[in-house]
Design a protein around this ligand. Sequence first.
Ligand SMILES: Cc1ncc(C[n+]2csc(CCOP(=O)(O)OP(=O)(O)O)c2C)c(N)n1
Length: 326
Amino acid sequence: MPSLKTLAHNAETDVRFTGGHSLCRGCGAPTVVRTVLNSIPTPVVVVNATGCLEVATTRYPTTAWGVPWLHLAFENAAAAASGLETAYRALRKRGAIPDEPLTFVVFGGDGGTYDIGLQALSGALERGHRFLYVCYDNEGYMNTGIQRSGATPFAAATTTSPSGRRDYGKHQTRKDITAIAIAHHIPYVAQAAISHWQDLSDKAVRASQQQGPAFLNVLSGCALGWGHPPADTIEVVRLAVETRYWPLYEVVQGHYWLNHRPERPLPLEEWLSRQDRFKHLFASENREHLTELQALVDAEWTQVEARAVVDAPWFEARPEMRGGRV
Ligand SMILES: Cc1ncc(C[n+]2csc(CCOP(=O)(O)OP(=O)(O)O)c2C)c(N)n1
C-alpha cells in the first residue's frame, strides 16, 4: 500500500485531479477524489454526477481533471458508466483497442447517489458491471443551498428541514445506502471517511481490483452545510468515526470486516457540538431528540459489529488505525 508521500508525489497520478478548482475552503470532496484516484494503479475514466464536485471543477474554459471525464444528467451517472464499461469490453474483445486494464470510477454526491441516481445505480450494480462507484457523502444537497437529502441524519437542520421554535430539524432517519448496496450481493462494498486517508486509499485499491461492481461510501463533510470553520473539516469527520456515528467497515465477497474499532468511543455530543446544524439539539426542549439520535447510532454500530465477526486482518498490521489518528 502506498505511503502518503508516494500518494501525493506520484507524477503519473498527481495530474488526475488538480488544484485551481472553485470548491469551497474546507470541502471534503477533493480529498475523496485525490485519495481515490491517486491510489488506483491502472489508468482511470471518470463519470461525474451533477453536484458541487462537477460544477466547481469544470468551469468553462478550465478543468481540474487530467483524465477522460464524462458528465451527463444527474440521475444517470451509473448508467453512463455501465455503457462505457460495456463498450470498452466489447471493443477489447474485438481487438479494436489494446487489451489494457482500465478502471471506471463514478463520483456522485449523496443527493445524486442515495436519491436521484439510485435507480441507475441499483441497475448497474445488479447487472454486474465492472466499475467503482464512489459516493462523496456530505449529507445534503449542498450545491443548491443545503437542502435535506436521504443521507441527512435525523434531527439535522437544513434549509428544507429547519430547526426553530416549532421544529427540531429532519424528522426522518438517514437512509442506509451502504446496506442497500450490500443487498445487491456485489463483490465489494465499503464505508470510509476522509479523516482516515490510508483506510480510504486501501479501500480504493481493493475496490478497483474486483471483477465486478464496487461501491464506496465516503463521509466527506461540508464546512458550510454542517456549520463549522473550514479548517476543522478533517477533525469533524474524524469525530464522526470516533463517536461510532460512521463505522468504517467493508464487505468483501459477502464477508463483513470492521476496519476501525474506536478504543474509547466518544459520546455523540462531541461530534454534534462542533456543528451548527445540530446546535438546537442542546436546548432543553430538544434533548430527547439528541438521546434518540444517540440510540440510532448505537443500534447501527451494534448491528455492524455483530455482522463483522472479526476485525479486518489487514488492519492488524496498522496499529496507527487503532488510535484513530493517522
Ligand atoms: C434532475 C435534477 N434535479 C435537480 C438538479 C439541481 N441540482 C444541481 S446540483 C444539486 C445538488 C446535488 O447534491 P448532491 O448530489 O448531494 O451533491 P453536492 O451538491 O452536495 O456536492 C441539485 C439538486 C439537477 N441539476 N437535476
